[in-house]
Write a protein that binds this ligand. Structure first.
Ligand SMILES: NC(=O)c1ccc[n+]([C@@H]2O[C@H](COP(=O)([O-])OP(=O)(O)OC[C@H]3O[C@@H](n4cnc5c(N)ncnc54)[C@H](O)[C@@H]3O)[C@@H](O)[C@H]2O)c1
Length: 388
């Protein structure tokens, strides 16, 4: 299918991700139908879209006519056949349950032509496995938006084992039309690019909490004084310790047993102290903001250590051929994490010896072999990756 032929997009699920995906597609001029299992869920999704468009027009970022046009292009349906009828692309954003996703794609596949492009917004599951239930899995791919989709710019467009280059190319072009930044993910591996390269930070933070010698405030305060919008621990609380916990369990199974959440996180899960949303997690959030003691500071773990950790995993992603280039990895980190620069660019002016000794230090102190420096860090050849 040619990108110009795409007029109608069906979005399955009107939750946190689905309503935002529907909004950005409709804002770009596509006719959109959102499908959920109950009308009340669809109405809630529509309310959130209305609210977001109201904020955008209030700030003068879009006109009132544009807001009305976007809303006018969105329909809702509880009936799946009605939702996907005539759709050129179907984007799924229903709960992260493999059987549920397979059931819905089987149903979708039975009700659309063989060339309708089908995409899943899964953040953790195998694209190949979900796509295995559809007729013609070559038109099936991952389309991983970041939360909230109306603000975050990155979309990872992911190949499953059967996905054709044409399918990924089409979704890549559509991503640009909806004013997002697409990055191709060439292999269906856990965490894709952004969640994978940031993944090792979590077992590190979990180990720091379990060791209990360095206060999270001391690490976060240094980062915030350097201008980072949030400290690393604050971010865990913001995302939700339950989400972090389940993500680590998933990586424990798929990447390394060292991702197993530690004692501290186990306890927070038991006490349901999950961060911002429960008013308490690593920090006290009862005032709506994390109560961080900004007078503390440590030099035992530095912002440079975190750059080394993310760079090290980025080098692995590069060597495994998951991304097309080191530039793409950097771009994904900037657009997916609101980072000022990606790991390759950040480390390009840094001394390989100190990056490597950061990783050795952390790996030994916390018993994490996943943090051992890749050879390309120690010898500085990671710097050539950016030029390839
Ligand atoms: N929330 C995030 O930060 C985030 C980020 C990236 C990707 N994702 C992925 O996006 C997907 C959706 O996540 P979410 O946070 O929007 O979940 P959510 O729970 O907020 O929304 C899911 C919606 O799907 C609906 N639903 C359930 N079964 C359905 C069906 N058979 N047909 C249509 N709708 C159905 C639910 O009623 C609900 O409204 C998941 O795969 C998740 O991993 C989430």
């Amino acid at each position: 299918m040619n990108v110009k032929e795409v007029k109608k997009i069906a979005v399955l699920g009107s939750g946190a991700m689905g309503h935002g995906i529907a909004q950005v597609c409709a804002a770009a001029g596509f006719e959109v139908t959102i499908r959920d299992i109950k009308q009340e869920f669809l109405d809630k999704g529509l309310d959130k879209i209305r609210e977001s468009l109201g904020i955008l027009s209030g700030k003068g970022k879009i006109t009132k006519d544009e807001a009305a046009g976007t809303l006018g292009r969105i329909k809702t349906a509880t009936d799946i056949k009605e939702a996907v009828r005539g759709a050129h692309i179907v984007i799924e954003a229903i709960p992260e349950i493999m059987d549920l996703k397979k059931t819905i794609f089987k149903e979708v596949s039975d009700n659309v032509p063989e060339d309708t492009v089908l995409a899943t917004n899964t953040s953790t599951m195998s694209i190949t496995e979900i796509g295995s239930v559809v007729r013609n899995p070559s038109r099936f791919a991952g389309m991983h938006f970041f939360n909230p989709p109306n603000r975050m710019r990155l979309v990872e467009v992911i190949f499953g084992r059967e996905t054709s280059g044409e399918t990924v190319d089409l979704l890549y072009e559509i991503t640009k039309i909806i004013k997002k930044i697409p990055v191709r993910v060439l292999k269906d591996r856990p965490g894709f690019i952004v969640n994978r390269i940031n993944g090792p930070v979590q077992p590190l933070l979990s180990a720091i909490l379990d060791e209990g010698k360095i206060k999270p405030d001391a690490i976060d305060a240094v980062q915030k004084k350097l201008g980072m919008p949030m400290g690393v621990f604050e971010l865990l609380d913001y995302v939700g310790l339950d989400i972090v916990y389940h993500g680590m369990k998933y990586y424990e199974k798929t990447l390394s047993p060292e991702y197993r959440p530690g004692r501290y996180l186990d306890e927070r899960m038991e006490k349901k102290e999950l961060g911002m949303k429960t008013g308490r997690g690593i920090y006290d959030w009862s005032s709506g903001k994390a109560l961080i003691d900004m007078t503390l500071e440590t030099s035992e773990i530095t912002p440079g250590d975190f750059i080394a950790v993310i760079l090290n995993e980025a080098v692995k992603v590069f060597k495994e051929g998951i991304a097309e280039s080191a530039q793409d990895i950097d771009q994904a980190q900037v657009a997916g994490m609101n980072a000022l620069a990606g790991p390759f660019a950040l480390a390009s002016g840094m001394d390989p010896g100190s990056l490597s000794s950061s990783l050795d230090k952390l790996s030994k102190r916390y018993g994490l072999s996943i943090l051992k420096p890749e050879p390309e860090i120690a010898d500085g050849s990671f710097k050539k990756m950016l030029k390839k």
